[in-house]
Design a protein around this ligand. Sequence first.
Ligand SMILES: [Zn+2]
Length: 368
Amino acid sequence: MPLSQHLIDAIHAMPKVELHCHLLGSLRKETFLHFAKRAAKAEFRTAQGISEEEVAAFYTRGEKPVGVLKALRALDAELIREPSDLHRIAYEYLRDAAAHQVRYAEVFWNPTGTARDSGIAYPAALDALCTAFADAENDCGVVGRLIPAIDREASPAAAQEMLGWVLAHRRPEVIGIGMDYREVDRPPEFFTQTYLDAKHAGLKTTCHAGEFGMPWVNVRTAVDVLQVDRIDHGYTVVDGVKQGDPGCIDLLKRCRDKGIVFTVVPTNSYYLRTSSKERWALDHPIRQMQALADIGIAIHPNTDDPTLHHVTPSQAWAMMLEHFGYGVADMRHWLVNGLNAAWIDEGTRRKWLNEDLAVFDGLVTARH
Ligand SMILES: [Zn+2]
């Protein structure tokens, strides 16, 4: 159901956090074009820059959008060359997020691809990104934090190497690790050792699991074996619930008891590609996740790859209401869930909860 302009304005004005956003998926189109033109001119490794049409295609989201992974790989392999490129991407993302009242953002970044394909070593990349965070906080008030993410299409040894870099160059901006890229044939257990080592070293952990239609047991592995603090996506748990699988119900109760929040993405490409236009919103697992609230499962909506998905933080929240049947009361829960799941200290959490709920309640009371 279309939302009223009053409600759209209120959603825009609501304080938000982003917990599931990938650095390279937040690249502005003009920055992508700038990198592509530079690569074509300078004859980088492949000596064939990506065409303007191809770049435009990445930013055109049809009913059946192509996956964004090709764009992300091209960025690492051909386009990102300097630490200053990373600074620009991170700074522009945070500026864009702040325009939607995002006060705090945890950003995924794959150091393996940056080092292996872009030729930028971890310390130099880290410096550039942390400088971008400081600059954005100074200019826009938004706080950025970094989650180095395992590229699960690479080897477990590469994941261990990445964690080694993280631990050798600890910084307060780096709060934990994650794992992304294609889950198909790359189940979480491949990377157990890296997760346990990260946890042992005091880092927080999260994991993409139950995406691409992969079985819900991947979520169980992430929770029970990798011992993650959060789940990214996790959609296929609704299959286990539908089948009445007691193992899945038990898993969800453990998630509730541990306070594990699921970060969900309304623009997820897999369901746009695999569902018919008529059934997409009706069959979408995010709609079905409303039933998980009865068990006590907390979710939080995010942009994932905002520019490549053609979505803003405000639109991600609005889509939950417009397409999946959520309401204003749910948004209040998301505000709380987001801050509860954020990897911030307890004092900051309490302060932001008080401040943001006051703003939220003022907006809702004033307009509805
Ligand atoms: Zn993601």
